[in-house]
Write a protein that binds this ligand. Sequence first.
Ligand code: NAP
Length: 298
Amino acid sequence: MTAELIKGSEIRNVILEELKADVQKLKAKHGIVPGLVTILVGENPASISYVTLKIKTAHELGFHEIQDSQPVDISESALLALIDKYNKDPKIHGILVQLPLPKHIGEKKVITAIDPDKDVDGFHPVNVGRLMIGGDEVLYPPCTPAGIQELLIRSGTATSGAEVVVVGRSNIVGKPIAVMMAQKAKGADSTVTIVHTRTKNLEFHCKRADILIVAAGVPNLVKPEWIKPGATVIDVGVNRVGVHPETKKPILKGDVDFDRAKEIAGKITPVPGGVGPMTIAMLMKNTVKSAWLHAEGK
Ligand code: NAP
């Protein structure tokens, strides 16, 4: 059996078309466009490439977008003052500070300085709390978990009552997707297990999964024999395992042994082209939502 591919790149394109139409509606009704600022500190090549992609997508959607690049030695207080400026700017609906930050800047302080109503990354403790409560309380779900859930919904994967096993417990992927899948909601209602480096028998848990979500950052961690035949496998991992000799571009691999896993799984996401493109689409979706909420005074 060869698994059906869940093509994030194609689903992303559909979502961006929907968002373009929504941006037009917003413009027609309120005369505004969504505003997104991306603050980049320093010159980390991976961060530059993520920010460039985000800006490009925002531009394609007709956003008012600002790329605010700051030197690596910007002081913490200067960065906090910059965030405050954008918190007060009525043309800006989404503020994104690209992580990681240099060591002299407190990441927590920076995240909590962002107005929760403009925190389109969904990392502010207020938004984390709202995610935990669920339902209408959720303002901006964090982008990668939201992208995973959207992939499950749009690929027609049954989640209600499904055994979901999440490998990894980070604040940006593992924990929030586990909470989201356990909520009483569309694309959720699952029975969730979280596993991590202290879990006694990783294979045992993975084998029970109807939906296996892997976000560990370890290439080929999940072996094909750990996958239940017919299961849906969402591979979040992005690991640079080498450099292509001709293009000089990094060679990316997920956390799942894709070539062999696709012979056992029912559905599987590729790396690249699976979860990655969805993360940016969800950032755009949160920014459009924020613009509507601000325009309608909610
Ligand atoms: P992280 O903060 O490093 O967390 C990794 C988690 O995996 C930790 O909870 C860790 O357990 C667990 N883990 C690591 N090795 C393990 C093992 N051998 N067995 C069981 N659990 C293990 O990573 P992250 O930020 O969540 O990212 C995970 C991966 O997803 C990375 O490859 C990252 O690049 C990728 N990612 C992709 C996107 C995207 O848009 N496609 C977005 C975000 C992240 P402990 O807690 O016990 O240490």
